[in-house]
Design a protein. Structure first.
Length: 230
């Protein structure tokens, strides 16, 4: 009986399978970093695609706009300028002036009109401003040239250093003065019924203006192109 029992204990086991022991290993922080890196990479790729799409869309819009309207730069020229008086009193630093200017504005565009909401003219000598005036606002249609006249008469304080005084003496001897004019604008563009927001460009004109003394000009004025700065 004892031998039979022993033989049964030493035989194979045919009962249900025993599951393997569960691992006690817990995921460390390394796995979390991998997930975070993957998420950051996905976000970066998405952001890159959005920015790239915006750049392409804006570029195409600008290209289509150029194809349709073919915008050209507005041209500013001073076609005439003269001085009836330009005297500097070096004792009181008072400049007495009488300056007349004619400015021609050319809009060469076929589909773009321009609203000049404000035009302020400022004149300088030796880097010192001596006069300023507002010109009337107006609308300029397509393929149009508009002339504006400006008359400045008065006196103002102008303090020139020694180098600038020497330049004034040289101008006085030649009878032609180096006068700078700047136009400060507020403009809107009209594109087939659509008006843009206001822009504030600045126009700069470096002039050589002859003095007309007693009805006799010391020289002739040459038409001068002006620079354009946004």
């Amino acid at each position: 009986m004892a031998d039979l029992k022993q033989s049964h204990l030493n035989g194979a086991y045919y009962g249900p399978s025993i599951p393997p022991p569960k691992s006690s290993h817990r995921p460390g922080r390394g796995g979390g970093c991998d997930c975070c890196g993957c998420l950051c990479g996905c976000l970066f790729n998405l952001l890159f695609k959005i920015v790239f799409s915006l750049i392409v869309t804006v570029g195409l819009a600008v290209f289509v706009f150029w194809l349709i309207f073919r915008p050209n730069a507005v041209k500013f020229r001073v076609t005439d300028a003269s001085l009836a008086r330009f005297d500097l009193n070096t004792t009181t630093n008072k400049l007495y002036y009488n300056l007349n200017l004619t400015v021609a504005i050319r809009n060469p565009n076929k589909h773009i009109g321009i609203y000049y909401d404000r035009i302020e003219a400022r004149t300088y000598y030796g880097g010192q401003r001596f006069a300023a005036a507002d010109l009337p606002s107006f609308y300029q249609g397509t393929k149009n040239t508009t002339e504006l006249s400006l008359a400045l008469d008065g006196q103002n304080m102008v303090v020139l250093q020694e180098k600038k005084l020497s330049a004034y003496d040289s101008d006085k001897s030649s009878g032609s003065y180096s006068v700078d004019m700047k136009l400060y604008l507020r403009v809107r563009f009209k594109l087939r019924g659509v008006k843009t927001p206001r822009f504030k460009p600045k126009i700069e004109c470096d002039l050589k203006v002859p003095l007309d003394s007693n009805g006799k000009a010391s020289g002739s004025f040459e038409t001068t192109k002006c620079g354009f700065d946004w």
